[in-house]
Write a protein that binds this ligand. Structure first.
Ligand code: ATP
Length: 242
């Protein structure tokens, strides 16, 4: 059976004055897929992602996310997606439990749902000992794992991860990716930007943006064949760095 598309973008474009930051990109992402969104600094990834999560209106073209139009139904999109950025994770001066309760409320969960979800999250991540500790006292890797779980509290259809593993150690990155696999396996689509090429190898499909355009899009295996190299780092270098 053909899997449904949860993201569809057609000639999606964003201009700032004379400058075209995202230049007519067309792609689709399927349910449960781990989709890697790569590009050098300034390629246009964040600008594209902002349009997909409904906080920036396209200058041209169109896109639907979870079946909703990014220009006309941004509020519906926000209810159906999770978002985690590298820079903003959680409130350092709230405890783990307080963060879960706070974000559960923002996502519109009822008190009873928050209680169930927070017990699940604390058990799954083995956080019983630190549930009442301030998040600020925890290592960065833990914070990122908790932030990821918190972004999934409302069972979104798609989770957008903007460089989720920046500056965490390799072991924690590996554990983080185990969580990503598990999430995708359960049917949630994962849209992830990264600068780590080993992480690009873990994605089902990868797109590579250069100067606002998608210059390549395929499975890591096919991209390596296409560019006649044996790792994603060399694919990236050939494309993004010319
Ligand atoms: P990075 O990996 O560094 O986050 P990126 O691929 O996410 O890079 P964007 O942040 O999307 O790149 O930026 C793409 C281009 O658009 C850059 O040249 C940037 O300066 C420009 N840009 C982004 N936002 C604006 C804005 N509000 N006004 C003008 N130019 C902008």
């Amino acid at each position: 059976m053909k899997k449904e598309n949860v993201i569809e973008a057609t000639n999606l474009t964003k201009t700032f004055g004379d400058f075209t930051a995202v230049d007519a990109i067309t792609f689709e992402v399927k349910k449960g897929e781990i989709f890697g969104f790569l590009g050098a600094n300034g390629a246009g990834k964040t600008t594209a992602m902002k349009m997909l999560i409904g906080i920036s209106i396209p200058s041209n073209g169109k896109a639907t996310v979870a079946g909703f139009d990014v220009s006309k139904q941004p509020e519906d999109i926000k209810k159906n997606i999770g978002y985690m950025s590298q820079k903003f994770a959680l409130y350092d001066d709230l405890t783990v439990q307080e963060n879960i309760t706070f974000f559960g409320g923002i996502y519109g969960l009822k008190r009873s749902q928050i209680k169930i979800k927070s017990e699940e999250l604390i058990t799954n991540l083995g956080l019983q000992e630190v549930a009442n500790d301030l998040v600020g006292s925890l290592p960065l890797g833990w914070k990122q794992k908790i932030a990821f779980s918190v972004a999934l509290l409302h069972d979104p259809k798609i989770i957008f991860l903007d460089e989720p593993t920046g500056s965490v150690d390799p072991i924690t990155r590996r554990q983080f990716w185990e969580m990503i696999y598990q999430t995708a396996h359960e049917g949630t689509t994962v849209f992830v930007t990264t600068h780590y090429m080993d992480e690009a190898e873990y994605c089902d499909r990868v797109s590579i943006m250069v100067n606002g355009k998608i210059e390549a899009l395929d499975t890591p295996k096919k991209l390596k064949e296409q560019f006649e190299v044996d790792n994603m780092n060399d694919v990236f270098l050939k494309l993004a760095r010319g």
